[in-house]
Design a protein around this ligand. Sequence first.
Ligand code: CA
Length: 223
Amino acid sequence: MRALAVEDDARIAADLTTALQAAGFVVQTCADGETAWFLGDTEDFDLIVLDLGLPKLDGLSVLKRWRAAGRDMPVLVLTARGTWSERVEGIDAGADDYLPKPFRMEELVARARALVRRAAGRGGAVQAAGELTLDANRMTVARRGVPMAVTALEYRLLAYLMLHRDRVVAPGELLEHLYGDDFSREANALEALVARLRRKLGPGIIGTRRGFGYFLEGGGVAA
Ligand code: CA
């Protein structure tokens, strides 16, 4: 899961990064509106947390430009305390949710997860594909109800495949969402990760469509 945190207050940006990383996101940050607009326009994020008061280009204008360009990723807007007009403007501009400052990181994370699930058209925190279940709140996975010990990276891979379980996910897309902008990662790192997970989880969980990518067995992709 890839998140972009747009916030010019360095301390809040650092807290956002820590909280979102702990929730399983790969986090990129930026501190001005122009950079934010460019990143959101040219790269794919599963979630964007957007402060409205930003240098160079204000958050509302950034959001309006993204939506005008057809960019429909979930955006959680951070507003100054008590400014109801900002909230209304934010929703009008295409925000999916908003949170007035100051806020508790726990609440931000809960809303972030809800937005990502809603964006993928799945309501509940516990999702299933075939024999695999994944609890997005507890960040745990189980096979036939038996909990499986997975690393944070392995969890992120399974969570991404689960969110997109109705289709085959290309390796390039998986790499981008697992590692963010770290392009030094190569496809064989992904192959090794998948091989390790298959040993752990057993057969019949992660399917491969040769030349296209990976999918969760029983998730809705015709084998
Ligand atoms: Ca600000």
